[in-house]
Design a protein around this ligand. Structure first.
Ligand code: SF4
Length: 273
């Protein structure tokens, strides 16, 4: 049987609601999402990428980097929108274009946030050549192939690497935004490719000027087992609807028979809910 292609997001979508996974990845129904924080987060991640991969962190002042991003942000935004489309969503460009000025301001603010975090959390520990941002990761499981882009791996050539994922959410905690499974997925891939488990795993919370660290030891094995189980269910074409909390923000409600049935069983409509 063919291996199932998984990413952390695909797994999360499946676990939230298998039917939603089907709408998104099997039927490929596109929906518009509010992706403002995802966009500013991606742009801030580009700053991290430049700082680490191009070694700017060690040799440039924040003002020089700000000038660079003032020019580059519009292009980065266009690239991001294309990426989102490839990922199965589309960006409502009309409403988004109105926010371009705000977006630029937020990106520039991000430079100060990132410099503060790097200093406070001592993320300059390794020589620049051992740090890598935007690492394409892969892990071959028994019945799945896991892929993903790791935001930042610091010190990957010594025995104590640090894996960090950038988050631009205003919510500090909460599994929808900072799910440890995302970091376990990266740890699994990094170990598979480079033979080393991370010493530290954390979310770089741009708007909180800090990293939220999680325990790297617990959870990696459980994550692998979870991925295997999800892959098995997808191979078995198990796309049972999980009507409940996940429906509240689901963009596929209008296409979902199970959700409509549930509404009528409760004697309510979407408007009166
Ligand atoms: S409306 Fe609810 S049950 Fe239907 S696909 Fe969305 S999350 Fe799943």
């Amino acid at each position: 049987m063919r291996k199932v292609y998984l990413t952390y997001s695909r797994m999360k979508d499946y676990l939230d609601c298998p039917k939603r996974y089907k709408f998104k990845y099997v039927d490929k129904i596109k929906v518009s999402e509010d992706l403002y924080n995802a966009c500013t987060g991606t742009l801030k991640q580009k700053i991290v990428e430049l700082l680490y991969n191009e070694d700017w962190l060690f040799r440039e002042k924040p003002d020089i980097i700000k000038d660079h991003f003032k020019q580059k942000t519009p292009t980065l935004y266009e690239e991001w929108a294309k990426d989102v489309e490839r990922g199965g969503n589309f960006v409502d460009l009309k409403s988004f274009n109105r926010s371009k000025e705000v977006l630029l301001e937020e990106t520039i603010r991000g430079i100060d946030q990132i410099f503060t975090i790097v200093k406070n959390e001592r993320l300059l520990v390794a020589p620049a050549k051992d740090n890598r941002s935007e690492v394409d990761g892969v892990f071959e499981g028994s019945n799945f192939t896991l892929k993903g882009r790791i935001d930042l791996v610091i010190g990957n050539r010594n025995d104590k690497p640090i894996i960090v994922d950038g988050k631009d959410t205003l919510v500090e905690k909460g599994e929808n935004y900072n799910d440890p499974d995302q970091l376990y997925a990266y740890a699994l891939m990094n170990n598979y490719q480079f033979g080393v488990f991370p010493d530290k795993l954390g979310f770089m919370m741009f708007r909180f000027n800090k990293v939220r660290w999680i325990d790297p030891k617990s959870g990696i094995k459980t994550f692998e087992e979870k991925a295997e189980s999800v892959a098995k269910r997808i191979q078995g074409f198990d796309f049972k609807a999980n009507v409940g909390e996940a429906c509240r923000w689901c963009k596929y409600k209008s296409d979902c028979v199970e959700h409509k049935k549930w509404l009528s069983s409760q004697g309510v409509t979407e408007e009166t809910l």
